[in-house]
Design a protein around this ligand. Structure first.
Ligand SMILES: Cc1ncc(C[n+]2csc(CCOP(=O)(O)OP(=O)(O)O)c2C)c(N)n1
Length: 555
């Protein structure tokens, strides 16, 4: 039986278990859309901007562990989607971006909306494939799934010339290719067990590759059995229950110097499922690059990262879950005498920062009131999504994440993920609470996807920190160019009215006293909700104020 290449592509997606794709339609890949029409087992979510569609695919991949899929039109659509491709690479998330291309007969002629995707995505995608032979589209798609998931997961861009898509293909839809899931050898685990048994002050740093439910359970089991404190990498604060006495903090932005000082006293670091990036290592100081102050054991599925930043004593090419499982099942000996004291010191890094003290502000509500109200009201399995900006400092500082929560943020630091990630999460989990915190800057970048939430009934709760500023950049201006504020003031719409115009519920938090009742009302609502928070700019982050900055105060 023959089929068009586009039909073979969609059948291949079905065979790979794809059940949802995010798109903005384009004339360049009409044949794929038409093939999707015949496959209702794949839900096609029509978005409002390719950045939003791409971010939804990134978030969906973070949730399911399978490649997130976005389809976009040629050059203009592809350019709009680039931020999500970059984020998928930075966050090591498997993603497939299918892009239309001009007909093969016009390729190289500078045709309308022709672009060389190898060049456009060359440095941000893991791989770029342009398929010109209709017989190859299905097998190339299977290969794209494999590449996106192998080693360091990442984005694969598939360019599809318009005429190729409608040509007949005799090849069957392609079956999934095997993806190796590297596991440690017994000898590897023994070497780690020996070092751990001897260390007085070990520290485990867990990252995003350890975010599946099995890895979370095994992480807890290792920490309990081996009496090891656990710090978590940037934007992965949900991997380990923060209130647990072994939790040693979130290695994100804004951490006081004392964090590196205290945790840097570790005499062994075991990094699992993290690439030990710049933010997590607090500027390549924990562990120190290029030569750490203590032996570093690095466990990651891709050995490319061993020794790349910091000298590695032992590198184990393994996924987090099998390594942690194997380690948890070893008999842990009684730890050395100083261990209990070390656990206390490591937990104090988090515990000293975490308590929230209500503050009053003359120019609005400190966003800490919202974080505190969310902490009080959200159930244990709530999903939180964040955008990039200072408002997130209150969440990271004061929200006591549990390993049953799911936190979706961009380690790439890209603004714009928060709202699309909420839509993707609410579609996956219609019965769980999905709360988003986003700035007024980020909300007007991809908040248009509120329309997508309304259209598909995604129950998102979006809390907008309306401080009238690109606050993060304002903070940097205050530090480096005090009194010379430029291009950071924002004049905003009333986000609650805007929400109503979209067909969502619009609420407002105007005073600190509004925080708890309005959060409760938002969480009790049936459909999508936007809460406009009149946020204080004076309280510019959870760590400082404009007045302190003006006095040359730290942070
Ligand atoms: C796509 C993108 N553009 C620009 C930046 C630079 N940037 C980082 S934070 C920020 C301001 C965020 O403002 P807002 O969303 O209002 O949150 P706030 O910092 O005020 O809490 C900007 C412009 C970025 N990280 N990503």
């Amino acid at each position: 039986m023959t089929r068009t290449a586009a039909q073979a592509l969609v059948e291949t997606l079905v065979r790979h278990g794809a059940d949802r794709v995010f798109c903005v339609p384009g004339e360049s890949y009409l044949a794929v859309l038409d093939a999707l029409y015949d496959h209702p087992e794949i839900q096609t979510i029509c978005c409002r901007h390719e950045g939003g569609a791409g971010f939804m695919a990134v978030a969906d991949a973070k949730i399911t562990g399978r490649p997130g899929i976005a389809l976009v039109s040629r050059a203009p659509g592809a350019s709009n989607a680039a931020v999500a491709v970059y984020t998928a690479r930075e966050d090591a998330v498997p993603m497939l971006l299918f892009v239309g291309q001009v007909p093969t007969t016009e390729r190289g002629m500078g045709a309308f909306q022709e672009v060389d995707y190898d060049k456009l995505f060359g440095t941000i995608a893991k791989s770029v494939i342009e398929v010109t032979d209709p017989e190859q589209l299905a097998p190339a798609t299977a290969e794209a799934f494999r590449v996106a998931r192998t080693g360091t997961p990442g984005p694969v861009v598939m360019a599809m010339p318009e005429d190729m898509l409608t040509m007949q293909a005799t090849t069957e839809a392609a079956e999934p290719l095997a993806v190796g899931r590297p596991a440690p050898s017994d000898a590897d685990v023994s070497r780690v067990a020996e070092r751990l048994a001897q260390a007085e002050r070990p520290l485990l740093i867990a990252g995003g590759e350890a975010s599946g439910p099995a890895a979370r359970r095994a992480l807890q089991a290792v920490s309990d059995a081996w009496q090891v404190p656990v710090a978590v990498s940037f934007k992965h604060q949900d991997l380990f229950t923060n209130a647990h006495p072994h939790f040693a903090g979130h290695l994100g932005y804004g951490m006081p110097a004392s964090v590196v000082e205290t945790l840097g006293k570790a005499d062994l670091i075991v990094a699992v499922g993290t690439r030990l990036g710049d933010v997590t290592t607090q500027g390549f100081r924990l562990p120190k690059a290029p030569k750490p102050n203590q032996p570093l054991i690095h466990v990651y599925p891709d050995k490319l990262w061993f020794g790349r930043r910091s000298e590695t004593a032992i590198g184990i090419a393994s996924a987090a879950a099998p390594f942690l499982d194997a380690l948890a099942s070893r008999n842990a000996p009684e730890p050395p005498a100083g261990r209990a004291e070390w656990l206390k010191r490591a937990h104090a890094v988090y515990a000293d920062l975490a308590p929230w003290k209500p503050v009053s502000a003359a120019d609005g509500v400190s966003f800490g009131h919202v974080a505190a109200a969310l902490a009080k009201a959200l159930p244990e399995d709530a999903i939180l999504t964040t955008d990039a900006g200072n408002f997130s400092s209150w969440l990271h500082r004061h929200f006591p994440f549990r390993s049953t929560n799911l936190l979706l943020g961009a380690a790439s630091g890209s603004m714009g993920l928060g709202v699309p990630a909420a839509v993707a999460a609410a579609l996956r989990f219609p019965d769980r609470q999905v709360a988003t915190i986003v700035g007024d800057g980020g909300f007007l970048m991809t908040g248009n996807e509120l329309a997508t939430a309304v259209q598909y009934g995604a129950r998102v709760r979006l809390f907008v920190s309306n401080n009238g500023s690109y606050g993060t950049i304002r903070l940097h201006q205050e530090r480096h160019y005090p009194g010379r504020t430029i291009a950071t003031d924002l004049r905003n719409p009333d986000f609650a009215s805007l929400a109503r115009a979209f067909g969502a519920k619009g609420l407002s938090i105007r005073t600190a006293a509004d925080a708890e009742p309005v959060v409760a009302e938002a969480l009790a609502s049936d459909g999508p909700v936007v809460v406009d928070v009149a946020a204080s700019l004076q309280h510019i982050s959870a760590f400082t104020t404009l007045d302190k900055l003006a006095r040359g105060g730290a942070r």
